[in-house]
Write a protein that binds this ligand. Structure first.
Ligand SMILES: [Zn+2]
Length: 126
């Protein structure tokens, strides 16, 4: 009888571990969600893992246009008409790296993995 109790406890803890592992492995793709902001407002939210085709997003700012290039797992500022072109020189947005910022046109491209975001907790992308 005592043995059976231990088997139940053991199988429960194995089950909990499995659920935890699934939960953690489901959470990790969240770090691939990128937000494009202009003037502090969210323009578009993209899950880089679910991008199937290369596409360009064009934003118009005070100093001209910014063209953001999106492909599977990658995002970068392809071209810009701003005076300093720092956003283009930044290159590809890397996880854990600095956001792509275009100060003249007030465009920011960054990963949406900040812990304060409500979306990160619920897992909602759109
Ligand atoms: Zn720029």
């Amino acid at each position: 009888m005592k043995n059976r109790v231990w088997i139940i406890i053991l199988s429960f803890s194995v089950l909990i571990c499995a659920v935890c592992w699934l939960y953690i492995s489901n959470l990790s793709p969240l770090s691939q969600i990128v937000g494009i902001y202009q003037n502090g407002n969210l323009v578009e939210k993209i899950d880089l893992n679910s991008v199937t085709e290369r596409r360009e997003i064009t934003l118009s700012g005070e100093y001209g246009k910014n063209t953001v290039l999106v492909s599977n797992g990658h995002i970068m500022m392809k071209s810009a008409e701003c005076p300093d072109k720092l956003c283009v020189k930044h290159g590809e947005l890397k996880n854990g790296g600095t956001p792509i910022v275009c100060l003249p046109n007030r465009v920011v491209v960054k990963f949406e993995d900040s812990p304060d975001g409500a979306d990160a907790k619920t897992g909602a992308v759109r």
